[in-house]
Design a binder for this molecule. Structure first.
Ligand SMILES: Nc1ncnc2c1ncn2[C@@H]1O[C@H](COP(=O)(O)OP(=O)(O)OP(=O)(O)O)[C@@H](O)[C@H]1O
Length: 369
């Protein structure tokens, strides 16, 4: 989106204040269902945080509790040192964007954006023009929502949410209703606008790719609890639980044991490591790009033979499902780029050597989360 010539008076730019927004012990029930179970979460000023999780895990309810659109049964929400959990929505200093745009169909674009602005007429028009320029909709002031595309309507909703220069921007699946290309563009624009304004943003999404691309921090939720909070890299590379590993990206799981020499093995592969004291079995986890399809076999170490079962062309890579030759029930998904030596070997039925670098493997001890 365009740089505007006007300073947008968003209160204070990002500071490193680690717990500008603090959610402590928040719980919520609908009837007998516990939807939020003692949620603790902090958000830095200027941070872009995504609440990511499967349908029904409670992420929208948590956003609505922050917004004051839903009252929590227990816990507190503190923003900039103020307990906002007891304030009505209008006093909480946020703008919100919904998946369904929620524009007034009988009001023009300009009237929609100006709706919450309590300014004299001239200043209000200038502010609306500035906001519409910011979301690249100058010239559309007099249009009605029905005359705009989905992406344009969501830009209007964004301009409206930012109209009063709130400290916090809440986004409830704002891109889900848009088609892929519009979604990708608007995602980038939303991110760069948020950075430029320094506004703190919390976005709900069930789309892990979207969360990885846009967030500074991701909070992965399941069954009303937070499973892990981390940067996109941490969530993807160092998932704290099996749920996170499976939900974010594609996961490979290999049953491993400890041999008599105390080393971790999977079939005929040895990873040269030991399990934690007391653990006998575990499951090894790695991502598709962590497995190498080798042009040549060399015995020992973390190399084994596999059989190519299926191959999909994904543009930048070939994604193949392999089974281990020695344990045909164990499947591995591998991504191989065109410039890698194993690319041409990915033909269904082909036997191929594969290796997994031990430092790329994480272990989940059996019986643990
Ligand atoms: N007003 C309500 N009354 C009763 N149950 C509700 C209400 N709002 C949400 N729920 C239930 O609470 C649970 C969590 O809903 P929530 O919308 O927070 O989940 P979500 O993770 O955002 O999922 P989705 O992406 O499908 O919206 C669901 O089981 C849902 O059916």
């Amino acid at each position: 989106m365009k740089q505007t010539d006007f300073p947008l008076s968003v209160p204070e730019l990002a500071s490193p204040q680690a717990d500008w927004l603090r959610i402590e012990g928040v719980s919520k029930r609908f009837g007998s269902t516990l939807v939020l179970d003692q949620i603790d979460l902090t958000v830095r000023r200027g941070e872009f945080l995504c609440l990511l999780g499967p349908s029904g895990c409670g992420k929208t309810t948590l956003l609505r509790v922050i917004a004051g659109l839903e009252a929590q049964d227990g816990g507190v929400v503190v923003m900039g040192g103020r307990d906002i959990g007891i304030l009505p929505p209008a006093k909480r200093d946020y703008g919100i964007v919904f998946q369904s745009y929620a524009l007034f169909p009988n009001l023009t674009v300009a009237e929609n954006v100006a709706y919450a602005l309590k300014l004299p007429r001239k200043e209000r028009s200038a502010r609306v023009a500035q906001l519409l320029q910011m979301v690249e909709l100058d010239g559309k002031q007099e249009h009605y929502p029905a005359q705009l595309s989905g992406g344009q309507q969501q830009r209007v909703a964004l301009a409206r949410a930012l109209a009063t220069s709130p400290s916090l921007l809440l986004l409830d699946e704002p891109l889900s209703a848009l088609d892929a290309r519009v979604r990708d563009n608007l995602r980038q624009e939303l991110r760069s606008l948020q950075r430029r304004l320094g506004i703190t943003a919390i976005m709900v999404t069930h789309d892990q790719e979207e969360a990885l691309a846009i967030a500074d921090t991701i909070a992965v939720m399941a069954h009303g609890r937070i499973e892990q909070v981390g940067t996109p890299e941490q969530i993807y590379r160092e998932p704290a639980t099996r749920f996170v590993a499976d939900f974010v990206g594609c996961a490979n799981w290999l049953p491993v044991h400890q041999n008599e020499a105390g080393l971790v093995t999977a079939g005929d592969m040895s990873f040269g490591l030991s399990l934690p004291v007391g653990a006998r079995a575990a499951t090894a986890f790695c991502r598709p790009e962590d497995i190498c399809v080798e042009p040549h076999w060399s015995a020992g170490g973390s190399m084994t033979m596999a059989i190519v079962e299926r191959v999909d062309f994904l543009g930048g890579v070939r994604r193949a499902v392999l089974t281990l030759a020695a344990e045909r029930h164990v499947e591995l998904t591998v991504d191989v780029a065109r410039n890698e030596p194993g690319y041409e070997l990915l033909v269904p039925g082909q036997r191929v050597p594969v290796s997994i670098a031990p430092h790329k493997v994480r272990y989940f001890v059996d019986g643990a989360a």
